[in-house]
Design a protein around this ligand. Structure first.
Ligand SMILES: [Zn+2]
Length: 258
């Protein structure tokens, strides 16, 4: 069965020293591609190095995460943009970028960085991978004013009215391990057309509930995610997996091995 992880953070600290092991786990589980999402300049540089080390398996999404905007060095936004432009031929998306309403004290900085990241995606004509905790309605409202062609809303959880709008706009949704235990996420998966759904682990985020039980998040979790989606969609698991692979190829413009 062919599987994909459209959203992981291989350069985060929790994965230091574990990447080879994660790659082996991915290969053994049939995960054919991982999009490693950056969160600051350092992880952009490391993600490019990982994509070179594991060609045809690890692909980079580069950008500045909203949680990081307060910890940036003086010229980090400009330096990150310059770095991304320099590597634009390898970059598969601008991500993980967005807005988070839990960090309202840095709201102005978040919006300024997010705006710059969206303009960068326009400039190099790449998809965007969006973090939108508590801000999905706002983001879905503002995106049409940018010339961004492909949008992936990562870990979409609410509100359902915005989900309908996002689907209408042709946006893609990624869901991960919570689909096996969260009723809210299962409802989202039920509503999103299978042609616009992708799978993710969002590792190193840890999932405390069964069957994950707080272990280090691995790409092989994708198998459980697909099994749960198949159950919700009342479709055979291999057909669901194959459709998700096609969605991945269309969204990122990457051809995966048969
Ligand atoms: Zn993430």
């Amino acid at each position: 069965m062919r599987l994909i992880d459209a959203h992981i953070h291989l350069s985060e600290m929790e994965y230091t020293g574990h990447v080879d092991e994660l790659i082996t786990d991915a290969i053994n589980a049939g995960v054919l591609a991982l999009i490693t999402n950056s969160t600051n300049l350092k992880s952009c540089q490391n993600d490019i190095a990982l994509a070179k080390k594991y060609p045809g398996l690890v692909y980079p999404a580069l950008g500045i995460h909203p949680w990081n905007v307060n910890n940036l060095s003086e010229n980090e936004v400009e330096d990150t943009i310059a770095f991304i432009l320099e590597h634009k031929n390898s970059v598969k998306a601008i991500g993980e970028i967005g807005l988070d309403n839990k960090y309202e004290t840095i709201w102005e900085k978040q919006t300024s960085v997010f705006d710059k990241m969206l303009h960068l995606a326009e400039q190099i004509d790449t998809p965007v991978i969006i973090h939108s905790r508590g801000t999905t309605d706002k983001i879905v409202e503002m995106l049409p004013s940018y010339r961004v062609k492909k949008v992936l809303l990562h870990w979409f959880s609410y509100p359902m009215t915005t989900l309908a709008k996002a689907i209408d706009n042709g946006y893609y949704i990624t869901e991960g391990p919570p689909v096996t235990y969260s009723n809210g996420i299962r409802e989202v998966v039920d509503k999103v057309p299978l042609t616009h759904l992708l799978t993710e682990t969002d590792g190193p985020v840890i999932y405390w509930k069964p069957p994950y039980n707080g272990q280090l998040t691995k790409p092989s979790y994708i198998r459980n995610v697909v099994a749960s989606i198949a159950e919700i969609k009342k479709s055979p698991m291999d057909e669901v997996a194959e459709q998700i692979v096609h969605n991945f190829e269309d969204f990122f413009n990457i051809k995966l091995p048969p």
